[in-house]
Ligand binder design. Structure first.
Ligand code: PEP
Ligand code: MN
Length: 285
């Protein structure tokens, strides 16, 4: 049952009372293992779109760790546009992610798409991802919040910043104060050269409006490998607290989102390029 703390509610003029910086001026830092999301370290979450096999995920995990990533991403439950596309390995995928955590020490961020799966995903994941298509699935937000795990809330591709912050408010009002926002691009009229339009304006807007950490996902935000590097750098410079990047050991054979996935060597190269960018804004990778 959700309860909105009325005392706090009367203190902010914003509709997203708990998310607002007016009520909570200091930035929230979310601790996941020994990683601090929202602190001085630029947090890089990397890995394949989907967990496809034991070999694929372990290869990706060792490679992203070697390049300096701090969390491992990978979907076991995939929200695909077509019902005929690969839907993910389900619990088997979660078990592979857990093994990768054990072997590499990387913490796991993975998506939960349905209220029915919240318990099983929470058993394995360190951070629960709510995908763009589910940003406004309020019951899912509440169920995920109730696990007490950090929630990474991706922006709905048709959602305003206010709607997004109100979705974050659902999690916060459910008693879970560990919310990470992830900008992943919005749908605009230009679909010829990009999959989505990455709204980097949202980053400084959010840093002003809310105390919650802000991550940028240039992989889904652009949909093209060649645009991931430039937009990652730009995201760091405008103040993102971290990046979510799709990395695959062999992007050409990926079952999901290969066209926007970096190879492990491209990822390595990008991490090297990001270091001076991070320094420029007083952060480190
Ligand atoms: C993903 O991160 O793999 C994903 C499905 O992203 P989005 O929900 O932003 O489309
Ligand atoms: Mn993807």
């Amino acid at each position: 049952m959700m309860t909105i703390p009325m005392k706090t509610a009367t203190r902010s003029k914003k509709p997203y009372h708990l998310a607002s910086r007016d009520v909570h001026p200091e930035s929230t830092v979310i601790q996941v293992g020994d990683v601090r999301i929202g602190g001085a370290q630029l947090v890089v979450m990397a890995g394949p779109c989907a967990v496809e096999s034991h070999e694929q995920l372990l290869q990706a995990a060792y490679a992203v760790r070697a390049a300096g990533a701090t969390l491992l991403r990978g979907g076991a439950f995939k929200p695909r546009t077509s019902p005929y596309d690969f839907q993910g390995l389900g619990e088997e995928g979660l078990q592979i992610l857990a093994e990768a955590r054990e072997r590499t020490g990387l913490r796991i961020v993975t998506e939960v798409v349905d209220t029915e799966d919240v318990a099983v995903v929470a058993r394995y994941a360190d951070v629960l991802q709510i995908g763009s298509r589910n940003m406004s699935a309020f019951r899912l937000l509440q169920k995920a919040a109730e696990t007490g795990k950090p929630i990474m809330l991706k922006r709905g591709f048709q959602s305003t910043i206010k709607e997004w912050l109100l979705s974050a408010e659902y999690v916060l009002a459910s008693g879970n104060n560990q919310v990470i926002l992830c900008e992943r691009g919005i749908r605009t009229y230009d679909t010829e050269h990009t999959r989505n339009t990455l709204d980097l304006t949202a980053v400084p807007v959010l840093k002003r409006e809310t105390h919650l950490p802000v991550i940028v996902d240039p992989s889904h935000g652009t949909g093209r490998t060649d645009l991931v590097g430039p937009l990652s750098k730009a995201a760091v410079v405008v103040g993102a607290d971290g990046l979510l990047l799709e990395v695959h050991p062999d992007p050409s054979s990926a079952l999901c989102d290969g066209q926007q996935s970096l190879s492990t060597s491209e990822f390595h190269g990008l991490m090297d390029e990001l270091r001076p960018m991070a320094e420029l804004v007083g952060r480190y990778v």
